[in-house]
Write a protein that binds this ligand. Structure first.
Ligand SMILES: [Cu+2]
Length: 74
């Protein structure tokens, strides 16, 4: 499943690296994209291993606000 999301509260590219690093540690997560300026991101998740909720929790726990957008099962 590919999930689009939007993160707010990022201040610099270190925030992007921090969030990407945290998501990379989740099982079943790959192809993480995140743009600092727009806050737009996307990620592929293997739904046998993880859920969109875990992505939200991982980012929220770092102190950023995340909103999930489109989910695509294709
Ligand atoms: Cu930063």
């Amino acid at each position: 499943m590919n999930i689009k999301f939007k993160v707010s509260g990022m201040h610099c590219n270190s925030c992007v690296m921090l969030i990407k690093g945290e998501l990379e540690d989740l099982p079943g997560v790959s192809s993480i994209e995140l743009d600092f300026k727009s806050g737009q991101g996307s990620v592929n998740i293997d739904t046998d291993l993880t859920t969109p909720d875990k992505v939200v929790t991982a980012v929220s726990d770092l102190g950023y606000k995340i909103e999930l957008g489109e989910k695509d099962n294709g």
